[in-house]
Design a protein around this ligand. Structure first.
Ligand code: M6R
Length: 364
């Protein structure tokens, strides 16, 4: 039921602090200050390579996971969309763990890729939301998300719950590989516990986002920029906007802008910049300024420090709570989802049932 919400998507966006807390509850051991995974029949310390395979929004969780796993566990990660992976004759070798991410657990290409790996004797793991799904049954290690049923075709709460599980997985792998001192793990647990509260703070920015949406709704094209783990969030922002508002949007790594897309920029193309303050902030700001010099209308999504430093010439900023870089993708998901939602509402599209899209893509 939608309750007091106008659409399932809006309800699901607002449910995120609760469902992410629920998901984290099953992966965090607050007393031991540790992160835990479900029991498994293989030894994580033997994993020498991780292949992440998924489609659409779930594949962006994989891209964020690559940053986290390589940073914390120092294990190499490849990320593929399932339709490519299953047909590209990937190298499969001992020590490899194939990790599949899916809300539905039924996506045809992802399932086929999982079966392909199983047949080759590769250990499979799944971050899956629907507990009764085929992938949930077939994965060697099931890491469930506890987002509950997601009705809106545009994935929102399943996405952030997948990110929460991915953070737990990366942390566990790092410990298993002897790369995570106890004090660092304690810090990670603490930051993950802050996520629901930070998401609530982000949800409070809905009024500003509605203002931004009124402006974005007039655009024909929109660009999203982000760096590091916020780059996949730029891709997610663009996908959400395309799916439900039918406005053409692209996500780019901030540093890639000058390698082509800058040619598109003029005062009619809103530029949404996802930039929590941190070590790479300056670099993103200089990319943003290059675009502003060409007339770009920038919406800056950042925290107090970032907005103080770079919020002057933007047409609007969205103030996020100051968060640790690890949890930034979970928190910055909220404004990109809300923006897509409010643009779609402004355009009068069918938010929960966008044209041409199915909730579960069970044919390739
Ligand atoms: O059920 P899955 O997570 O496997 O679905 C994958 C994609 O079809 C899905 O994320 C799609 O991109 C959504 N409509 C995104 O909002």
């Amino acid at each position: 039921e939608k309750g007091n919400y106008r659409h399932f998507m809006l309800k699901e966006i607002h449910e995120q602090p609760i469902v992410v807390a629920q998901t984290l509850k099953s992966y965090l051991r607050p007393l031991e200050e540790q992160v835990a995974l479900p029991d498994m029949e293989f030894d994580l310390s033997g994993v020498t390579r991780v292949s992440i395979v998924a489609c659409g929004t779930s594949s962006y969780v994989g891209m964020v996971g690559k940053y986290w796993i390589e940073q914390f566990a120092r294990v190499p990660v490849e990320v593929d969309v399932a339709s490519e992976y299953r047909y590209r004759d990937p190298v499969l070798e001992e020590g490899q763990l194939a990790l599949f991410i899916s809300q539905s657990g039924e996506t045809a290409d992802t399932l086929a890729a999982m079966r392909h790996c199983k047949e080759a004797g590769i250990t499979t793991a799944g971050i899956i939301n629907v507990p009764t799904s085929t992938m949930a049954r077939e994965a060697d290690l099931l890491m469930p998300t506890h987002a509950g049923p997601e009705i809106g075709v545009a994935s929102t709460k399943a996405f952030t719950c997948q990110l929460a599980v991915m953070a737990a997985f990366a942390t566990n792998l790092a410990r298993a590989k002897g790369r995570l001192p106890a004090d660092e793990e304690r810090e990670i647990v603490r930051h993950l516990q802050e996520v629901p509260e930070c998401m609530n703070a982000a949800l409070e920015r809905e009024d500003v986002i509605e203002k931004v949406a009124a402006f974005v709704a007039k655009a024909r094209d929109v660009l999203y920029l982000g760096r590091g783990p916020d780059y996949p969030m730029a891709l997610e922002g663009a996908l959400k906007l395309k799916e439900i508002s039918y406005i053409h949007a692209e996500g780019y790594a901030s540093g890639e802008m000058k390698h082509g897309p800058i040619a598109l920029i003029d005062e009619t193309v809103p530029l949404i910049v996802l930039a929590p303050s941190g070590p790479l902030f300056e670099k993103t700001v200089s990319n943003m300024q290059e675009a502003q010099a060409r007339g770009a209308q920038v919406v800056l999504i950042s925290d107090d420090t970032g907005i103080d430093e770079a919020g002057n010439d933007v047409i609007e900023y969205v103030r996020m709570p100051k968060v640790h870089p690890l949890i930034a993708p979970l928190v910055y998901a909220i404004p990109v989802q809300l923006l897509a939602y409010h643009v779609a509402v402004a355009k009068g599209t069918d938010v929960d049932q966008p044209r041409n899209l199915a909730k579960s893509v069970t044919v390739e």
